[in-house]
Structures are given as C-alpha cells and as structure tokens.
Design a binder for this molecule. Structure first.
Ligand code: CA
Length: 236
C-alpha cells in the first residue's frame, strides 16, 4: 500500500538523508531525495508528493521560507527535521504551516510513526467530519465527542467545559503537537492574552482527573517550550 505514497526528503546532510531513504525504502515508500532547498521546492511542484520531510538547516535557503512557499499552494503534510538546539524554530515552523517536527537524532520507529500520523491526518481532511467525530480510544480512555462524555475504564470523568474543549482538541489531533498559542486561541478566543498560566492550570486539573499518575502522564504529553501532544489512538 505504501508503494502509492511519495515522500519528498529535503536534507543536505548525506548520512541523515541516506538513513531516512533506507528506512522509507524498507517500508516500500517511494522516495524523492533533494539536497538543497531550491531542488526541494522544484520537486515539490513537479512531483506532488504525499508528504514532505524538511530539514530546517539547508545551505541555500531558510527552511521556514520553504514551508511558507509550499503553503501558498499546497496542504501536503510537512514534517520538519530539526536539531535539538533549535527550540524556537519548532514553534516558528509549526506556525508557518508545518504539521509536525522530529528532533535529531531520531530512530526509524519514531520517524515512521510521525509519517503515519501525518498521512492519516491529511486523509481525514478529505474524508470530512464523520471520522473526526468518531470517539477517541486509548488504553482505557474513551472520549465521546458527540455525547460530551469522558470515561476511563468505564468510570465517568467530570471535566469543566474548557477542560473538555482542551481534551477534545488534543484528541482530535492526537499524535501531533499543538502549540500553546493555538490551544489558548482556540479555547479562549483570538483576543485572549497569550498567557500560558491559565492553560497550565487547566492542564494540571485535566491530568489530575484523567491520568492514573499525573506525574507520569500516559495520555497527554508536554512538549517543553512548544505545547502538548495527545497519545495516538489504539489501532482499530
Ligand atoms: Ca542540514
């Protein structure tokens, strides 16, 4: 099935590029390699890939510029590859329209999981509302969006309206990181102050209610300095 999926890999470091290509080839994805930003952009236009892996540190162009250019005409999922030192870049990249990021060094299972998540979400967009409203299930946790109901191992969990909104938004985007600002704007509106405190307080309450051990979350993870990521759903 993967044979039908084309992945553009824009990465100038030969070792990393070759690693990614061999991992993707082993899963029978079609791989289009590009060494520079310019080459990447031209391949993105001519090949119409299903997904783009983009290194932010390229010799000829800023990775951020590439994201902006691609987003002018395409909603193809973009996963950014960033070095650990580029914390701020992750936020900027997501803001510019990237779907996710992966931090170097990464292993093949992490890379493949991110790719599957990004592809699944891009498919969802085409399928429409029906799939999005299917309940979220993960290790005993069940979120029924229609009924506004959250249960863990069959026990109902009572969330406030805002807590439910936060959990729903994260669950509908499970596997992807959501930025603090994005969450705040979505829950409290565009004119709310960009103050993380209120979000952190809500998240602490959510974890106390949801997580078996709030100190070691298994459902909602913190991406330090960036946002939150909800665990992937159980496979159907
Ligand atoms: Ca690089």
């Amino acid at each position: 099935m993967n044979k039908m999926i084309k992945i553009l890999v824009i990465e100038d470091e030969k070792n990393i590029r070759n690693f990614i290509i061999s991992v993707l080839n082993a899963q029978q994805y079609q791989v289009i390699p590009a060494v520079t930003g310019r080459e990447g952009l031209s391949q993105a236009t001519s090949q119409c890939p299903n997904l783009i892996l983009l290194d932010l540190g390229l010799p000829d162009m800023d990775g951020m510029e590439i994201i902006t250019k691609i987003r002018e005409w395409s909603s193809t999922p973009i996963i950014v590859i960033s070095a650990r030192i580029q914390e701020d870049d992750k936020v900027l990249a997501l803001d510019a329209g990237a779907d996710d990021y992966i931090t170097k060094p990464f292993g093949n299972s992490e890379l493949l999981a991110r790719i599957r998540t990004a592809l699944r979400h891009s498919n969802r967009l085409h399928i429409g509302g029906a799939i999005v409203n299917r309940p979220y299930r993960c290790g005993g946790l069940l979120i029924d969006f229609e009924k506004h109901q959250v249960t863990r191992d069959g026990q109902e969990i009572h969330l406030t309206q805002n807590e439910f909104k936060i959990v729903s938004l994260l669950a509908k985007n499970c596997g992807r990181v959501l930025l603090y600002d994005h969450l705040i704007e979505h829950i409290w509106g565009p004119y709310s102050e960009n103050d993380n405190t209120i979000l952190r307080v809500n998240m602490a309450n959510i974890r106390r209610k949801l997580e078996p051990n709030p100190a070691e979350p298994i459902y909602i993870f913190t991406e330090i300095g960036v946002g939150y990521r909800m665990a992937e759903e159980d496979p159907i």
